[in-house]
Design a protein around this ligand. Structure first.
Ligand code: SF4
Ligand code: SF4
Length: 203
């Protein structure tokens, strides 16, 4: 017969008189410990819809769908898949788009659909080939970060015009007709089409 060791008896007696580390949640309210990593909370006004967090999310909880017809990017974040690793917060390009809450932990539900959060962002789509450039907010953010250097890219002139409202969108966004011409570089076109307007005729 195996007899308990003295050390084990001592531990059992000590634990009898020590308060429990676990709480009685949900019967009683629970306060998470300091630095607890809870639900990722999105700040839509500081999220530019750049897709970076989706690329670093280990379980693929963040997904992006581009609707070129509606010119909308739909972002979904499935909290049912989230492992609360904090990679989205760590790699967010604005540093403020998403942050893990240290308070929100109770996400249990019978309906998994309720765990999916949705965001929408306006897309910039190439006027000629219909390729997705990025979201309008992402482009503006790049513009802010680069400052005056941003004007080395012609598309930024369109964005500047939008901000200063020197001319309405209808005056600047002229329809691109059958094939690209030099003048179309002043339109909203993707880098590939821009290269064609600049280089094609020279080859
Ligand atoms: S905390 Fe981790 S798992 Fe959850 S959404 Fe962010 S990157 Fe994905
Ligand atoms: S990385 Fe940040 S800014 Fe980009 S989509 Fe994710 S939360 Fe938004």
């Amino acid at each position: 017969m195996n007899y308990p060791k003295i050390r084990e008896i001592k531990e059992a007696i000590v634990s009898l008189f020590t308060p429990a580390f676990t709480s009685r949640f949900p019967k009683e309210p629970h306060s998470p410990f300091e630095n607890f990593r809870g639900k990722p909370v999105v700040d839509d006004s500081n999220c530019v819809g750049c897709e970076t967090c989706a690329n670093v999310c280990p379980p693929g909880a963040i997904k992006f769908f581009d609707d070129k017809e509606k010119k909308l990017r739909l972002i979904t974040r499935d909290m049912g898949l989230c492992i609360f690793c904090g990679q989205c917060e760590l790699h967010c390009i604005t540093g403020k788009g998403v942050a893990l809450s240290d308070k929100i932990f109770d996400l249990s539900t019978f309906d998994r659909e309720q765990l999916i959060e949705r965001q929408e962002k306006e897309l910039l789509v190439c006027k000629f080939c219909n390729a997705v450039i990025t979201t309008r907010e992402h482009y503006k953010y790049i513009h802010d970060v680069l400052g005056p250097k941003a004007f080395s890219n012609i598309l930024n002139l369109n964005m500047l015009n939008e901000r200063l409202q020197l001319a309405g969108r209808d005056d600047t966004e002229v329809e691109v007709l059958d094939h690209l011409k030099r003048k179309d570089m002043f339109n909203v076109i993707c880098p590939n089409c821009l290269r064609q307007t600049l280089v094609k005729d020279l080859i």
